[in-house]
Design a protein around this ligand. Sequence first.
Ligand code: ZN
Ligand code: ZN
Length: 228
Amino acid sequence: MGIYTRLAPFIPKQSCVLCTERSIFCVCEYCEQSLQVSQHRCRSCAVPLNSDLHFCGACLTHAPLFANAYALYDYSGVCANLIKRFKFDHQLCIGDFFAHKLHEKYLNLVSDQGEYDAIIPLPLSANRLRERGYNQTHELLRVIAKKSNILIDRTSVKRIKLTRALSTLNLEERKIEINNAFSAQAMIYNKVLLVDDVMTTGSSLNELAKTVLKAGAKSCDVLTVARA
Ligand SMILES: [Zn+2]
Ligand SMILES: [Zn+2]
């Protein structure tokens, strides 16, 4: 491999979508620092906590069905802006930036917690997929798919119910809307990692956890780019 080939990935060739500086990804290292990262989170659902407690009040009264949740960033300010531009304005280079960060996080997780048998991205409904043209979570998993041997299972779970946009609903309405939204083929995984772009109330990921556990998975964790 010649020196130029080896250096090629490190030569800045994009402009940062936030400040227009040349950078390796379309979010430069400087702007990346403006993404908020809470260090102290609920062990169960990853919501940022102000106290020294290990779990949030909601998880203490009613624990989610996934064991642990992990998130890269807080869903606020710059991060929320980037995710919206990726999802709704089709700025795929932002997805590429997040995909690299998700891969780093995944490697840390595996070295701390051990291997997973499979990753299951939160499935979109056929309608939403047609509207958007792609499943954003598949884009976010591109780097993991390319650089690790983990099985990314995109087919065992299907979305079988048309749901309204959950962002317009309150917590109770979300739970009712998402109930029985997925169906899954029988699976023999011990440990599954469920992945989505943003966790807000966790209703969708909890429902997905319910579905994969019923289908035979022994336990599951959750990884998202952002946590509200
Ligand atoms: Zn920048
Ligand atoms: Zn919690």
